[in-house]
Write a protein that binds this ligand. Structure first.
Ligand SMILES: O=CC(=O)O
Length: 351
């Protein structure tokens, strides 16, 4: 259904025969820039059916110079978390740009104020990645608590001499207190999964009380209480100015010495030198990180030298089906706006 759309004119009876394979006369098809080379084909097809699609074709993040060049005059941008969309990029785009659709739930790579000033809409992909990220978090929690990566490596180092009562013993999740910092969709799903592990208590921080969490028996508390009382601290909070480096020397000191810190949000919510220090000097027991600063982690990073730190390469939503769904939503966000039907966007971000 096309309304107030000046890009496409539906074929009339006279022209339909000769253009039956096209369906619409292509006046000037909208231009879409896709900033990554490995976007699922199903999403690209949705876009290609109606738009001229320019795809960055190398498997590295598009360099800024290239982005500035290619974004000129586009109607829509399909981007990913490695693209910083700032004033300079928006200026280069010009006034045709109507929608920035990011294939992510996080939007911290977008300068939302600059985007808002230009009346550009933002689409993202909440919801579809909740399960995948929550599953990954449980994996990270388990491997960190039970020292599974360290144990696996020890075999190759010839350290497995015999079964031994205390060798490679870790922390148990059942019976523990788990704190979830920033309980949104993902945090809530993690809380659901944790219930089946028989945890003693789930604590969470959030702006508002979450009835769904209350139903699970979880308690909304302040951050200090959560830090003081949690055996596991799981961070799912969005990166916003208020959460930047909220985990620092002072916060790590408030945690139990036996605490395990899990971050699946963004590296920037942590003051990383303080985390490294806390892991080295035993302020906390261990950390499991799916995110860090910078990404990818440099091979000479202190994080990689710590036995009590497990690192994953930002895999939260990396399930095939999830990434496919994320790409489709991103394409549909774009098409809804190009159809002048922003209300039909699967996931518009209110800014
Ligand atoms: O980190 C990934 C995302 O925000 O989707």
């Amino acid at each position: 259904m096309w309304t107030s759309n000046h890009w496409f004119v539906k074929c009339n009876n006279y022209s339909r025969n000769s253009l039956s394979n096209i369906g619409y006369i292509n006046m000037t098809r909208p231009k879409v820039l896709v900033t990554h080379s490995s976007i699922p084909e199903v999403a690209l097809k949705l876009l290609r059916d109606e738009c001229n699609v320019d795809i960055w074709d190398q498997d590295i993040p598009i360099p800024k110079t290239e982005l500035l060049l290619r974004i000129k005059g586009v109607d829509a941008l399909f981007c990913v978390i490695t693209n910083k969309i700032d004033d300079e990029v928006l200026n280069a785009a010009g006034s045709n740009l109507k929608i920035i659709a990011t294939m992510s739930v996080g939007v911290d790579h977008l300068d939302l104020q600059a985007i808002k000033l230009r009346n550009i809409l933002v689409g993202h992909t909440p919801g579809v990645l909740t399960d995948a990220v929550a599953e990954l978090t449980m994996g990270l929690l388990l491997v960190t608590a039970r020292r599974l990566i360290e144990a696996n490596r020890s075999i190759y180092k010839g350290e497995w001499k015999s079964w031994s009562p205390l060798w490679m013993t870790g922390s148990r999740i059942s019976g523990s207190n788990v704190g979830i910092v920033g309980l949104g969709r993902i945090g809530l799903r993690i809380a659901e999964y944790l219930c089946s592990f028989g945890v003693n208590q789930i604590l969470y921080t959030s702006r508002t009380e979450k009835p769904a969490a209350t139903k699970l028996g979880a308690h909304k508390v302040n951050l200090d209480f959560l830090l003081n009382n949690s055996d596991f601290v799981i961070v799912t909070i969005a990166l916003v100015p208020e959460s930047r480096e909220m985990f620092n020397k002072e916060t790590f000191v408030k945690m139990k010495k036996s605490a395990i810190f899990i971050n699946v949000s963004r590296g920037e919510v942590v003051h990383q030198p303080s985390l490294i220090e806390a892991l080295k000097n035993g302020t906390i027991q261990a950390a499991g990180l799916d995110v860090m600063t910078p990404e990818p982690v440099p091979l000479d990073s202190e994080l990689l030298k710590l036995n009590n730190c497990v690192i994953f390469p930002h895999l939260g939503s990396a399930a095939i089906k999830t990434r496919e769904e994320m790409s489709i939503i991103t394409a549909k966000n774009i098409l809804a706006v190009l159809h002048s039907q922003p209300d039909e966007m699967p996931a518009i971000l209110k800014i």
